[in-house]
Design a protein around this ligand. Structure first.
Ligand code: CDP
Length: 356
């Protein structure tokens, strides 16, 4: 008398028509199916949370593969039963039939496992969506535009929002800071239009993590090259390509809602009084070990505000459909919650864009 395990092993090694009717084999198949479902659930969940749209494509591919395999096998098995009923008994004896039968059964087993995986993946995806863990942003592939004056907290907000929705984030100020750095490194003046445009065209994103870009002087220098129309034009494609990520994206800067992504469905204009912004920036710079006077930071901020709002191309100005967020009396956490509230309402279509 064979043990259950031996029966399963035998059928795995030599699948015969009789195998399909043995309860232990049917139970083993059901067990393998359930296991495939359970193993695929976390993948579906994680991918829906991380990649939004891409998870739907993966689910469809899995489901289609499962249907293709199972349907093909079903056709072959039905043919065995109805078209040539006599062959079923003779499967063992005729090598060609035996090979065809065994190949069909193995394919059926694979098809069953793939459908289990598809079912599990779909369940994981559904769970992530229903629980709210899957980013609505990722599913919609939406761009969030965050603009505002220097040190208004937009960079910190943008990063937290991007982390929350698990979408990529671009601090566009870094691009202008990097152009200014490259111009100075090339030994040219910041006002040298041709040199600045050449540097903007040759910009290397791999250098954006240069700590020198974060300093106070880099911000000041950036606002000088940012006035040059050719520099802005040269940086536009890079920013727009970034915004086209199928998962959605968060971009922060001065002209995201007005020029770079005028169609972004969510636009937030972050403000705070100049004194409060100077206080925050002063604290940041002190933490970085830069020894600067508060009055100088305030001066720098006011000078940059004037330059950014007064320039001819892409001046700093809230887009007509932007929601303004004044963070003067808010902590970072409070500002983050307020921003999430704005985003969720916009995504749900609850607040129509404010008129002009
Ligand atoms: O962090 P902070 O707000 O001080 O500055 P930033 O965002 O790094 O930007 C530095 C400078 O780049 C700004 O003062 C602007 O003149 C310029 N900029 C711009 O013109 N357009 C953008 N989208 C981003 C920055």
């Amino acid at each position: 008398m064979l043990t259950k395990f031996e029966q399963i092993a035998n059928c795995l090694a030599h699948p015969t028509p009789a195998c399909l009717t043995q309860p232990v084999i049917l139970a083993a198949c059901a067990g393998a199916f359930v296991l495939a479902v359970l193993l695929a659930v976390p993948f579906g969940w994680r991918m829906a949370v991380r990649d939004g749209h891409a998870s739907r494509r993966t689910f469809r591919k899995l489901a289609r593969a499962a249907i293709d395999i199972v349907l093909t096998c079903a056709v072959v098995i039905v043919a065995f039963h109805y078209v040539r009923p006599d062959t079923l008994g003779g499967v063992e004896r005729v090598p060609a039939w035996r090979i065809l039968w065994q190949a069909t059964i193995y394919a059926l087993a694979i098809g069953g496992l793939v459908s289990g995986a598809a079912a599990g993946f779909g369940l994981g995806r559904l769970g992530a969506r229903l629980s709210g863990a899957a980013s609505r942003l990722g599913r919609l592939g939406v761009v969030i535009a965050i603009d505002g004056p220097a040190a208004s907290g937009k960079g910190t907000l943008a990063k937290r929002i991007a982390e929350h929705y698990r979408v990529p984030c671009l601090d566009t100020g870094l691009l202008y800071r990097a152009v200014a750095r490259d111009v100075l490194r090339a030994g040219r003046e910041l006002s040298d239009t041709a040199a600045a445009i050449a540097c903007a065209r040759a910009l290397n994103p791999a250098t954006f993590d240069d700590p020198a870009l974060r300093g106070a002087s880099a911000g000041e220098a950036a606002s000088v090259v940012a006035r040059i129309p050719g520099v802005r034009a040269a940086l536009l494609d890079y920013q727009r390509n970034f915004a086209q990520s199928p998962r959605g994206a968060v971009l922060d800067g001065r002209d995201i809602g007005t020029v770079v992504c005028p169609d972004a469905p969510v636009k937030i204009y972050v403000t705070a009084t100049a004194e409060e912004r100077a206080r925050r920036r002063h604290g940041e710079l002190e933490k970085r070990g830069e020894n600067v006077r508060f009055e100088d930071v305030l001066d720098d901020i006011q000078r940059r505000d004037a330059r950014d709002t007064g320039r001819e191309v892409a001046p700093l100005w809230p887009a007509k459909d932007a929601v303004q967020l004044d963070t003067t009396h808010m902590t970072i956490d409070e500002a983050f919650k307020a921003a999430l509230d704005i985003i969720e309402k916009r995504l749900a279509g609850a607040t129509p864009p404010p008129a002009g």
